[in-house]
Design a protein around this ligand. Structure first.
Ligand SMILES: [Cu+2]
Length: 256
């Protein structure tokens, strides 16, 4: 019996893809740019998922969901309604954009207890949507606990563009920060020839700056991971907390 159990554990370890560990907070709007053509309404889906593999996890109602424009924050937490994303509980919000500008949508989830990794996970997740030609403020730092501040304008991007950002934790740059990158494989058409191709990894330089060339069109998530300087309690014990700074960016196919 014992040998059988050991064999089962070994099999699980061997077959568990490395990517099974790459969770991503997700904030995905139905349009990456608001214009007269799209109309003023932006519908957003908030989830906690494995975006390439299409495997969902339950997302409790976020502690906060807000939109920041030109330094002003508007709390949208009350607008959240339950939906399903990848077969798990997720949240929807809707926002009417009335003025030109750059709108930063930010989700602060409640801590997610992950027994498989023996840690809590909190992914501060944002996406940045410009409206009616507005462009000021795309590089704004919001002052989140941890945050990717874009160095490349995070909209109006082509597939094949280089994307750069700065990883910040408590307002300070994080030299050598690890950034996981994953494609939102919404229609499931993308296939990974091996597990390393599900989640790609880059490291920030000494100034906390990371660079990634995006190979194809669609939504791409960048997730900078750091360990919190505090612990939370689970199963009667103090446990570590993984803080993720996640940014979702859409890249568009070249036309012509
Ligand atoms: Cu997971």
């Amino acid at each position: 019996m014992k040998r059988y159990a050991a064999a089962v554990v070994l099999t699980l370890m061997v077959s568990l893809p490395t990517s099974a560990l790459a969770h991503f907070g997700m904030v995905i709007p139905d349009t990456s740019v608001v214009s007269q053509k799209t109309g003023k309404q932006v519908d957003l889906a908030l989830s906690f998922s494995h975006p390439f593999e299409g495997i969902g996890m339950p997302l409790e109602k976020p502690a906060e969901f807000s939109v920041v424009m030109d330094g002003h924050t508007q709390d949208l937490t009350k607008t959240l309604t339950p939906i399903q994303v990848m077969g798990h509980s997720a949240w929807a919000s809707s926002y009417a954009v009335k003025r030109p500008g750059v709108y930063h949508f930010v989700m602060t989830p409640t801590p997610y207890w992950e027994p498989a990794e023996d840690i809590f996970i909190i992914h501060y997740t944002k996406t940045i949507v410009p409206a009616y030609g507005g462009e000021e403020g795309w590089d704004e730092e919001l002052g989140l606990k941890t945050e990717i501040v874009p160095l490349t304008r995070p909209f109006g991007l082509y597939a094949g563009n280089l994307f750069q950002g700065v990883v910040k934790l408590d307002g300070k740059v994080v030299p050598g920060a690890e950034v996981e990158v994953e494609f939102y494989n919404r229609d499931g058409k993308a296939k990974a020839a091996n597990d390393y191709l599900v989640t790609q990894v880059v490291k920030a330089d000494v100034n906390g700056i990371f660079s990634f060339t995006v190979p194809t069109d669609g939504w791409w998530g960048f997730s900078a991971l750091n360990e919190a300087d505090y612990q939370l309690e689970a199963e009667g014990q103090k446990k570590g907390v993984e803080l993720g700074a996640v940014l979702w960016v859409e890249f568009t196919k070249w036309q012509g």
